[in-house]
Design a protein around this ligand. Structure first.
Ligand code: BES
Ligand code: ZN
Length: 606
């Protein structure tokens, strides 16, 4: 056993720190930057400069290596110790798929500041430029950034690694009728004059730098929370997310005071490629969670939870995404339990495990380990249920063995101890051994390592089980055997029970049975995007053809990757489905984010 432990620790440590950055941040880094950019919607281009304040870590270093992707560099300047600016020679390295290219700046001396003048490409992977027609209000264009994992470099040349942190100031110039917001000090009273200034005083990793520009309105929810959205969404969003303040209070009590000042929510157009993105002080959120009944607000709990796990204590590389997402899923579920009750939190855990199990069956076993090696691959591929749900399950395992009280204290100290630092699995393990694992005969180190290093679910996994789903299972099997719809007593079902019902439909369900369900319950027209997408997956794999027009409508409206990619994949796998998938994609493509396009093209093999 001891040998096994040593080997597993070695394996964990052997993965190179951050292979997804070209930067030489161990020799020189930029703890602060200033950004001055103009948004040109006609050209789909940001242009201006970034000024990096440098800290040199080695006396012999004469080179600054930044990350960049599809940027046009105008000129590079360095500020001498006397304060004058000099033009600096620079060179772009070879382009690497999914990684961009190094920007290598030669420095005759260790300059205090370096300025890079540049322009972005209209296809920048981290930006989406929407025409007025592609927004909800259809009056004004919209721009938003999405920097995680390694897309900050497509709109700012910088050291794009979560190993380092920086503070920033920014000045953003836009058309006068639009408002710019950033993951920084937004204010409800900002004058709309096309000239916006921001400060971000807390140090953050580069992937959390965020910008959006649009015809945005603001409405407060409490004195430290509010919503930015296009007018059509504003009131609906404020009603849906009314529990945000309470979520903040609960999380603060459990894990230490909220460290970032305000917490606002930005509702994006439906092409936003994710459910949410935890940009500091301003989570970016898909409108597809505004279901009208708060049934999907665990997503707000999730993005808020990142204010501790991820934004305070940050994964040091994308191999270690579980330290961000697994912890966050755990904290999310605790917030949901405190605000909406333990019953709902249990159902959400159970649904998460169902999604994990489906994905485990499909993934290469090596990618089902919590600590996975993504060297040479696009780190966005790490975005599977494994870091999220398996990571959460490891923490739930520890919570069950040690008890809530001890585990809560452990996590609170973990966030306080490592606040504003990067974390890797090795350091987490060391901390765990020094703290919780000191208690004898509760959890062995080998049990923890099994979760981290072995594929699939650990032998200590205990499946969450609820009565609410057991009832659904019972009714579902009676209906399936009899085709008698009255066996389904759905009037009291929650959205979660519906989701479970749809997930559990067995391979033997016939298309006529699906048609009957659809006719009675209108599932193909569901306004709840989670229900619709789960239903459409079943419809395609059970060959229920009448759903196809609704699937097309959905794919033309929504660009959230998690919904869209599996549907294209399944459509293309259907007999004769490839042509239909391609035809829909051709129509939809222009409205999709570059990241969604890449992912769809991967499954359609374009
Ligand atoms: N940080 C992620 C989004 C992300 C992950 C972007 C990896 C790029 C690479 C965000 O917090 C997230 O996890 N969003 C989920 C929702 C959540 C409730 C599981 C999503 O977008 O579906
Ligand atoms: Zn997350």
């Amino acid at each position: 056993m001891r040998l096994l432990v040593v080997v597993l620790i070695f394996l964990t440590a052997a993965v190179k720190a951050d292979p997804h950055s070209f930067s030489n941040s161990d020799l020189v880094s930029h703890p602060h930057l200033h950004l001055d950019l103009t948004a040109d919607f006609a050209k789909k281009q940001l242009s201006g400069f970034v000024e990096l304040e440098l800290e040199w870590h080695h006396p012999d270093t004469r080179e600054l290596v930044l990350d960049s992707r599809d940027l046009t560099i105008g000129r590079v300047m360095g500020q001498t110790s006397e304060g004058s600016w000099q033009l600096l020679p620079y060179q772009l390295g070879a382009k690497q798929a999914d990684h961009g290219q190094a920007l290598i700046i030669a420095c005759q001396q260790q300059y205090n500041k370096v300025r890079v003048y540049y322009q972005t490409s209209p296809n920048a992977s981290g930006l989406q430029w929407l025409s007025a027609e592609q927004t909800t209000e259809k009056q004004q264009p919209f721009l938003f950034s999405q920097s995680q994992s390694i897309h900050a470099r497509s709109w700012i040349p910088l050291q794009d690694t979560p190993e380092r942190r920086l503070t920033f100031n920014a000045r953003i110039h836009t058309p006068k009728s639009l408002l710019a917001v950033m993951g920084a000090d937004n204010s409800a009273n900002t004058e709309r004059d096309g000239d916006y200034q921001f400060k971000m005083p807390q140090p953050i990793p580069a992937y959390l730098i965020a910008l959006a520009v649009g015809d945005l309105q603001f409405k407060a929810m409490s004195d430290r929370t509010g919503v930015y959205a296009e007018a059509a969404w504003l009131d609906k969003a404020v009603a849906e997310f009314a529990d945000t303040e309470q979520m903040m209070q609960v999380a603060g009590q459990l894990y230490g005071d909220y460290a970032w000042g305000r917490y606002d929510i930005l509702v994006l157009p439906a092409s936003f490629p994710f459910g949410g993105m935890e940009n500091p002080r301003l989570s970016f959120i898909t409108p597809t969670v505004i279901a009208g009944d708060k049934s999907l607000v665990s997503l707000i709990a999730h993005e808020l939870a990142h204010s501790w796990s991820g934004n305070l204590v940050t994964n040091a590389s994308w191999h270690e995404l579980w330290l961000n997402e697994g912890f966050t899923n755990y904290v999310e579920n605790r917030i949901m339990a405190a605000v909406f009750g333990e019953d709902r939190a249990l159902l959400e855990r159970q649904l998460a495990v169902q999604e994990l199990q489906a994905e485990l069956a499909a993934l290469d076993p090596a990618d089902t380990r919590l600590v996975t090696d993504y060297t040479g691959r696009d780190p966005d591929e790490a975005f599977t249920q494994v870091p999220y749900v398996k990571g959460m399950l490891l923490l739930q395992f520890l919570e069950q063995r040690f008890g809530r009280e001890k585990f809560d204290a452990f996590l609170k100290h973990y966030f306080a101890n490592f606040a504003f630092q990067s974390m890797n699995t090795e350091r987490f393990l060391r901390y765990l051994r020094q703290t919780l694992l000191q208690q004898p005969d509760t959890v062995s180190f080998g049990e923890v390592l099994e979760w981290l290093n072995q594929p699939g679910l650990a032998s200590t996994f205990v499946a969450p089980e609820s009565d609410a789903f057991a009832q659904v299972d019972q009714q579902a099997s009676q209906w399936q055997q009899s085709s008698d719809l009255s066996k389904l007593q759905t009037q009291d079902w929650s959205i979660h029970q519906w989701l479970h019902f749809i997930h559990q439909l067995s391979a033997s369900v016939r298309p006529e049975q699906l048609a009957a369900l659809d006719q009675k319950f209108g599932l193909s027209q569901s306004q709840n995007a989670e229900i619709a997408s789960a239903w459409f997956k079943q419809a395609i794999s059970r060959n229920y053809q009448q759903a196809l027009p609704h699937i097309k409508t959905f794919l033309l409206k929504v660009g959230r990757r998690k919904f869209v990619v599996p549907l294209y994949q399944q459509l293309a796998a259907m007999p004769g489905g490839k042509a239909m998938a391609l035809e829909i994609y051709q129509q939809a493509r222009g409205g999709y984010h570059p990241l969604t396009q890449v992912a769809v093209e991967r499954v359609l093999k374009l």
